[in-house]
Design a protein around this ligand. Structure first.
Ligand code: DC
Length: 226
């Protein structure tokens, strides 16, 4: 338990369906949905705009204090990311920003910078929070931890369709190769790597529809919360 509010931690690799499912689960429970990947993407976007590479540790350290990230929720519950007063919700959803987010998120200075912000959200609301290190680092005392996974080809297919829908020109092979690179980077970094918490329940969504995954997650949560 995390004080007087409940927290549900959803972790897993890119494209496992975390945001789709976590958003649905949050709505069902009446909890606040927090997409932490969007926060890292926002920091990545700032670095990109300032001409700093995703692995430029010195540049990132130099600029991190200029970054002001705020989260605002629209009336329909959509999480808007505000970077230094500008809404960058749409701009951060590109394949390039995914690579940037993965790069900057490996920098200790960035993780430290964002840790309090994420914990504060859980101190003030019932949350369903998704990311890579929520159950292991951000909210180690979360009431429920779920590790969502799926085969890399299924995950790449989902991501490819998503990007195609948004009109981004890319190929399935490119998406699969980016995803494998991101999996490797996210799970081998020295600080807060992607891994399943020892007390998390693993759910493989490869063969499931969104409805089936959401139902399975709600069953796990309701059983744990009693
Ligand atoms: O969930 P996403 O694809 O939007 O996340 C983008 C990147 O941000 C991901 O590749 C790794 C990083 N990330 C992280 O390191 N820790 C989190 N809690 C969430 C995302």
């Amino acid at each position: 338990m995390n004080g007087k509010f409940h927290s549900i931690a959803i972790d897993g690799p890119a494209g496992a369906g975390k945001s789709t499912m976590a958003r649905r689960v949050a709505k069902e429970l009446g909890y606040q949905y927090v997409d932490t990947g969007a926060i890292y993407r926002t920091v990545g976007y700032h670095m990109w705009m300032m001409g700093i590479g995703p692995r430029d540790a010195d540049g990132i350290r130099r600029l991190i204090d200029d970054v002001n990230v705020q989260i605002e929720y629209a009336h329909d519950g959509v999480q808007h990311m505000i970077l230094n007063g500008h809404d960058v919700t749409d701009e951060i959803r590109t394949a390039q920003m995914a690579i940037y987010a993965s790069g900057v998120s490996a920098q200790p200075v960035v993780r430290e910078f964002l840790l309090d912000m994420q914990r504060e959200l859980a101190r003030q609301h019932n949350v369903v929070m998704d990311g890579r290190d929520i159950g292991t680092v951000v909210l180690p005392d979360a009431d429920v931890k779920i590790f969502l996974t799926a085969s890399d080809t299924v995950r790449a297919r989902r991501r490819f369709l998503e990007l195609q829908e948004k009109g981004e020109k890319t190929s399935f092979e490119q998406v699969l190769s980016d995803l494998r690179q991101r999996d490797k980077q996210d799970s081998t970094r020295a600080i807060a790597p992607l891994r399943c918490a020892h007390d998390a329940v693993t759910l493989d969504t490869s063969e499931q529809t969104v409805e089936e995954s959401v139902a399975a997650m709600l069953a796990i949560i309701r059983e744990k919360l009693g």
